[in-house]
Design a protein around this ligand. Sequence first.
Ligand code: GDP
Ligand code: MN
Length: 304
Amino acid sequence: QGPPPVTRYNLNKVTVTADPVKNKEHILILTPMARFYQEYWDNLLRLSYPHELITLGFILPKTKEGNQATSLLQQQIQKTQNHGPEKDRFKSIIILRQDFDPAVASQDEKERHKMGNQKARREVMAKARNSLLFTTLGPSTSWVLWLDADIVESPPTLIQDLASHDKAIIVANCFQKYYDPDTKKMAERPYDFNSWQDSENALKMAEQMGPDDILLEGYAELATYRTLLAYMNTVGGDKNLVQPLDGVGATALLVKADVHRDGAMFPAFSFYHLIESEGFAKMAKRLGWQPYGLPNYKVYHYNE
Ligand code: GDP
Ligand code: MN
C-alpha cells in the first residue's frame, strides 16, 4: 500500500466557452428549494445539455414544508437516477438540509413580498445560496446555473442559450403567466425586479441610508427610478439582445464558476446597500466582472 493519493487539478485546463457542449464543460445547477414543483423537475429532465455534464445541488429548509419538498424531490431523483433512461441521468446530485430557519413562516406570495419581511428574507436566501455554493463548487466546474425551484417554464436549450453570449454573468427575464379577468385570456407580466441598471436616484437614496440599510426594488415606498430588465422587454424583440446590468435576480442566472472562485457570493448583509443577488452583482462588478441581462429571453415563475 502506497501513500494516500493526491488529486491534482489544473484550473487553467477547465474551459469556459460559448460552446460548452462541444468542449464538454461541467455545469452545476443550484436551486434553493422551499417547495417542490413537478414542472421545475420536468424542465430539468428536458434540458438538452448532456446530463452527464450536469451536477444538481439543492438546499431545503428543515420545516414541515421543506420536509415535504425533500421527499417529493427524492422520489423524482430515485426515478430518474435509478430507473429512467441512461441519457436522462445526471452526473451527480447533492441535497443539503439548511441548518437555520426560514425568515418567514409562510411561503405564500403575499406574505413573502411584504416589504417589512424583505431584509430578513433576503438575508436567509443569501445564506442558503452561499451554503449551497461553497459546499458544491468543484475543481472541474466551468459554469454555475442558479435556477429557482418555482421556475415552471424554461427552454430545453436554457444552458446553451445563456452560455452562447460568453458573458461572466447573464440573467434571463423572469415573467409570470396569469389569467386576466378583463380579457378572459391568459396574459403575462414581469415578475422579478431584481435585475436592473442603476439610477442617480437610487445612488442618492443609498448615500442617505444607515450602514445596515438596504435598497429594495419594486416597492412604491422606495421609488428608485432604476431601469428594470423586466421593462426592457419588447413584443417580438430580439431574443439575443443583451443589456449591461448593475443588479441581478437569481431566478435563472448563469455565472462563470471563476466569478464565484474569485470570491463573489451573495452578501447576507448590506453591501453598498444591496443584499443577496443584487449584492452579488455589485461584488462581481467590484471584482471586474460585468453582469448582463437578456430582456427578450424569458422564463416563467409559478403563479399561486
Ligand atoms: P420570490 O420569488 O422572490 O418570492 O422568492 P422565493 O421565495 O421564490 O425564493 C427564491 C427561491 O428560494 C425559490 O426557489 C424558493 O423555493 C427558495 N426558498 C425560499 N425560501 C427559502 C428558504 O428559507 N430556504 C431555502 N433553502 N430555500 C428557500
Ligand atoms: Mn420565487
